[in-house]
Design a binder for this molecule. Structure first.
Ligand SMILES: NC(=O)c1ccc[n+]([C@@H]2O[C@H](COP(=O)([O-])OP(=O)(O)OC[C@H]3O[C@@H](n4cnc5c(N)ncnc54)[C@H](OP(=O)(O)O)[C@@H]3O)[C@@H](O)[C@H]2O)c1
Length: 347
């Protein structure tokens, strides 16, 4: 028998997410008989990413709505094959998957709509998990924002998993970088650890006025993770021919309302601004190039990755909800809390 814990979506929130929108379920299940091509994985690590909040909304308000009564679907998860009927995934293989919030999952790697990626032993699973956000930052900034050396780049949610990478890649590209983040400690992190030239604390400062001071010639590239008031404040200060790479709208996620647009489109016209949304998937064919650059910059010490690791499967909803209060300092990862000492690559 296997002891399987799950976090299910019990109800859809009206407004902000609450703990009672989740249901904890725990039961002993018989070890499944696997069909040809199936594997049984033990899920050991889960990323909590802001984007997942949009999947909790009803179909029509989400591009990947989670069905009520089914496990919460996460972004990258780290798992280990514990039973296999698939030649390429023997027992012990470490895989990165689009995880479900449960201890055990049966997967069919060849037909699964969710990619199941076997990780070579030399790659730490945590490194593989953070690659998704690093690649989002890489492509969103370099392909969509197209910064030139000497330009000014502004990044919102600059202390977040994606944002912290954008700050550093923009510095590598030779730009001046201003991060926007919530609170003194987060702003400190953005400047002292990730290397931004300055940070604006949107919770305590007037963002538009500070941008005016810090960017007298205007903002050339805005990497937008947040939307809402912060997006409007940057558009107030955008340079002629400025580019906005729209990566996320986290300010609108923890509600059932759609993400609002700009309050003054005329600035976009008069300043010849390009606003372009993107999803990381559209650049997947070039992911190897991105991963190689990211690996090299990391080895050279030019790119720092910060994880905020919590322990305990039972803590998943609480940790996830904290994202919308800015409680995470780096990529938020929850480890299931099961002993994995025998497997150092999971640490
Ligand atoms: N386009 C794509 O392909 C793609 C892929 C991955 C992620 N994304 C997007 O990238 C963005 C960052 O994701 P992530 O996973 O890096 O984030 P994360 O590490 O989960 O951090 C989220 C951060 O957002 C900030 N935040 C939360 N609520 C906010 C609000 N109401 N107003 C302003 N800031 C708020 C908080 O930082 P503070 O403490 O600074 O408030 C929080 O720490 C999200 O919008 C996500 O949807 C897009």
């Amino acid at each position: 028998m296997l002891h399987n814990r799950q976090w299910l979506l019990k109800s859809r929130p009206k407004g902000a997410l609450r703990l009672d929108n989740f249901e904890f379920c725990e039961q002993d299940i018989p070890e499944p008989d696997l069909k040809q091509g199936q594997i049984l994985v033990r899920n050991l690590m889960f990323t909590c990413a802001a984007t997942m909040r949009t999947w909790i909304n009803a179909p029509g308000h989400s591009n990947r709505s989670i069905d009520l009564g089914t496990p919460i679907r996460g972004t990258a998860g780290g798992s280990q094959v514990v039973k296999s009927n698939h030649p390429r995934f023997p027992v012990g293989t470490r895989v990165m998957i689009l995880s479900l919030w449960e201890d055990y999952s049966v997967l069919e790697p060849d037909t699964s709509p969710m990619p199941v990626l076997a990780q070579p032993p030399e790659v730490k699973i945590i490194e593989a998990m953070r690659n998704l956000n690093s690649c989002t930052a890489y492509f969103g900034l370099l392909r969509v924002g197209q910064p030139q050396a000497g330009e000014t780049v502004v990044v919102s949610a600059a202390g977040s998993s994606v944002g912290s990478m954008v700050v550093q890649i923009a510095k590598i590209a030779g730009c001046r970088v201003i991060g926007i983040a919530g609170g003194h400690d987060k702003c400190d992190l953005v400047v002292k650890e990730f290397g931004a030239d300055a940070a604006i604390d949107y919770k305590h400062e007037n963002v538009s006025a500070r941008l005016k001071e810090l960017c007298p010639k205007g903002v050339d590239v805005f990497f937008d993770n947040v939307g809402g008031d912060i997006l409007n404040a940057v558009i107030d200060n955008i340079a002629v021919k400025g580019r906005v790479a729209v990566c996320g709208q986290v300010a609108a996620y923890d509600s059932d309302a759609p993400a609002p647009g700009l309050r003054d489109m005329m600035k976009v016209i008069y300043r010849s601004v390009t606003i372009r949304g993107f999803a990381m998937n559209e650049f997947m064919q070039d992911a190897d190039t991105a991963r190689a650059d990211i690996k090299r910059w990391t080895e050279e010490g030019r790119l720092k990755h910060r994880e905020d690791i919590r322990i305990g499967f039972e803590n998943l909803p609480h940790a996830f909800m904290g994202l919308f209060k800015g409680e995470n300092m780096g990529t938020l990862i929850v480890k299931s809390g099961e002993p994995d000492e025998g497997n150092p690559s999971f640490q």
